[in-house]
Design a protein around this ligand. Structure first.
Ligand code: ADP
Ligand code: ADP
Length: 211
């Protein structure tokens, strides 16, 4: 099964993708995580991507499509989280899958209001070492500001600060939202109410995938 998780930044795509990929044995591909890793390791891709990411702009399509080509398993079985984010990326994905004799099964739209997005992103904290994602109010670590899994002090992503959040939402509306129609036209869009708590969204996600 090949799934796309679509929705604004902070909708909870990564949180749900981690749970579902473990339970269903799918590969979780987060372009945001892959890009942050590339920036940290100062790879050629990371050097090119950094300035776009810091501003909350999208990294150019050709870099992202090349990255996906690299990490896509030959037999599929993926949750694509944060990709595609433009129509050009969606078309490139369709071509890539059909070349390998595969297709997308479903595109899950994580539907939330802007207010929820801002509250989730501004309270998001991440472990700079193992990447675990927390929320100061909705999903806090056991010990204040310390990663449960590896004991590292948590940080706030630079692009989760107020000024950049607004720009990321604008970018989402202009460049990514057209994908909703794109997948609706293909008959594979499923809308989820992502404003509920983490467990409830997960239950709903599994329910719609089973139906
Ligand atoms: P969020 O978790 O808030 O949805 P991501 O971690 O997915 O954000 O993405 C962080 C940044 O990485 C984006 O603001 C953008 O600069 C870049 N990025 C991630 N995925 C893509 C993509 N598919 N196309 C272009 N840029 C991307
Ligand atoms: P995305 O990958 O869509 O950018 P994340 O999964 O990183 O979103 O979630 C954004 C923030 O909101 C994180 O701090 C996460 O812990 C928190 N979060 C995720 N899902 C929910 C939920 N259903 N209710 C409340 N907070 C949530």
């Amino acid at each position: 099964m090949n799934l796309v998780f679509l929705g604004p930044p902070g909708a909870g795509k990564g949180t749900q993708a981690k749970k579902l990929s473990q339970e269903m044995g799918l590969k979780h591909i987060s372009t945001g995580d892959l890009l942050r890793e590339a920036v940290k390791n100062q790879t050629p891709l990371g050097k090119k991507a950094k300035e776009f990411m810091d501003r909350g702009e999208l990294v150019p399509d050709e870099l992202i499509v090349a990255l996906i080509e690299e990490v896509m398993p030959p037999g599929g079985g993926v949750i694509l989280d944060g990709f595609p984010r433009t129509i050009a990326q969606a078309e490139a994905l369709d071509k890539m899958l059909s070349r390998k004799g595969m297709k997308l099964d479903k595109a899950l739209l994580f539907d939330v209001s802007d207010d929820v997005v801002v509250e989730r992103l501004s309270g998001r904290r991440v472990c700079p070492s193992c990447g675990t994602v927390y929320h100061i109010k909705f999903n806090p670590p056991k010990e204040d500001q310390v990663c449960d899994r590896c004991g590292t002090k948590l940080i706030q992503r630079e692009d989760d600060k107020e000024e950049v959040i607004r720009n990321r939402l604008d970018v989402y509306r202009k460049q990514t939202e057209p994908l909703i129609e794109y997948y609706k036209d293909k008959g594979i869009l499923i809308k989820l109410d992502a404003s509920k708590d983490i467990q409830e969204v997960y239950r709903e996600l599994k329910r719609v995938l089973a139906s």
